[in-house]
Ligand binder design. Structure first.
Ligand code: ADP
Ligand code: MG
Length: 341
């Protein structure tokens, strides 16, 4: 038998492989590997724990990402995973590995962003670790949050005919990334050139300063809605739909026409000759929430303008994107493919 390679497994295959060899020893560990955050029973409520790693050259490029924005984003993406469980973040730890190329000012700037996020999300920085690195900057943030037991939303739990909803608008962060990459290439070719970011502040802002949607969690509490399933949109809508669909054993049908996309995202997509649907489905880093809610909550959801219904849950396990032309496409891990008639 041929030896299995890491590159063949992919990220999700690798995580599953790790998960298979893990045993849990405490009954309080309600949910381990496999959701946006781990779930721990603390008696009265559930404690949520989530961690993310940001590596220079892989997740961020300091050629166009200011350190303060990076610090903010490192916290926001963890807050987003706690929000995806319908929880409220309370504490974070921050660990950094720094190469000799960074001075004290750079670290101050990074923590300016981290502290700004802590103030915005009302989370307490309670610890971390500091190390040197051979090359580049690495930031790891762990967030701890809380949710009442009857309010938790897992990736599983979507029910037949539930309404599929998203928050905010999608595709903008990817559009912003493409603009920043374009301007970086222009600058590298001619350092005299000023970046052309006019009329791009929204999409660039969405890439550089994403927000975790704890505001939505509060809105859901206020309206008495508990999503039947939820995930944050970090890797593109297609990938997140597949996660919820697989976890629930049901299919999702989504109407392109209903997906909220900002005008500046549409303009940028045509400027870059990219399909806006591809940007939404395969892009990523929007950090909005994808959720399913039961039909009974439909009237209540109308009272939250930031939440848009985009489809429904079906018994047929196929995940389908209904295009504006009425054509149907299959949602796949790579995005979406036209279904041949
Ligand atoms: P997200 O995109 O929401 O941050 P990930 O895809 O990174 O989620 O992770 C999915 C699940 O796998 C989570 O439960 C996470 O804690 C777990 N996980 C990821 N990497 C590892 C690892 N190296 N060891 C153990 N669990 C991991
Ligand atoms: Mg997540």
């Amino acid at each position: 038998m041929e030896e299995q390679k890491l590159s063949d497994l992919g990220e999700f295959g690798l995580i599953n492989r790790i998960k298979e060899k893990v045993s849990l020893y405490h009954s309080e560990s309600i949910k381990g590997i496999g959701d946006d955050a781990a779930v721990i029973d603390n008696g009265q409520k559930y404690t949520l724990v989530s961690t993310d790693l940001l590596v220079e050259g892989v997740h961020f490029d300091l050629a166009y990402v200011p350190l303060a924005h990076l610090g903010y984003k490192a916290v926001a993406v963890n807050v987003s995973d706690i929000a995806a469980m319908n929880g409220i973040p309370k504490q974070i730890t921050v660990s950094i590995a720094i190469s000799s190329r960074f001075g004290l000012e750079a670290i101050d700037e990074l923590y300016e962003g981290i502290n700004a996020a802590c103030e915005n999300y009302k989370v307490d920085l309670v610890g971390g670790d500091t190390s040197s690195s051979r090359s580049g900057l690495i930031i790891s943030v762990t967030a701890v949050g809380e949710v009442e037991k009857d309010k938790i939303a897992y990736r599983h739990g979507a029910g037949l005919n539930d309404i599929v909803c998203v928050t905010g608008d999608l595709g903008a962060a990817y559009a912003g990334l493409q603009i920043l990459e374009r301007e970086k290439q222009v600058f590298l070719a001619n350092p005299e050139m000023q970046p052309e970011l006019d009329n791009k502040s929204y999409v660039v802002g969405r890439q550089l300063k994403p927000e975790g949607r704890t505001d939505i969690v509060h809105e859901l509490y206020a309206k008495g809605i508990v999503p039947t399933s939820m995930i944050d949109i970090s890797d593109g809508l297609a990938s997140e739909i597949l996660h919820l669909s697989t976890a629930s054993g049901l299919g999702f049908t989504v109407f392109v026409d209903n997906i909220p996309i900002e005008n500046q995202t549409l303009e940028t997509s045509s400027e870059l000759n990219l399909s806006p649907i591809t940007m939404v489905m395969n892009g990523g880093e929007d950090y909005e929430l994808l959720m399913t809610i039961s039909q009974a909550d439909f009237e209540k959801i109308k009272g939250i303008p930031e939440i848009t219904p985009i489809g429904f849950v079906t018994e047929d396990k196929n995940n389908v994107l209904v295009l504006n032309s009425g054509e149907r496409a299959q949602i796949t891990a790579q995005g979406w493919n036209h279904i041949k008639p």
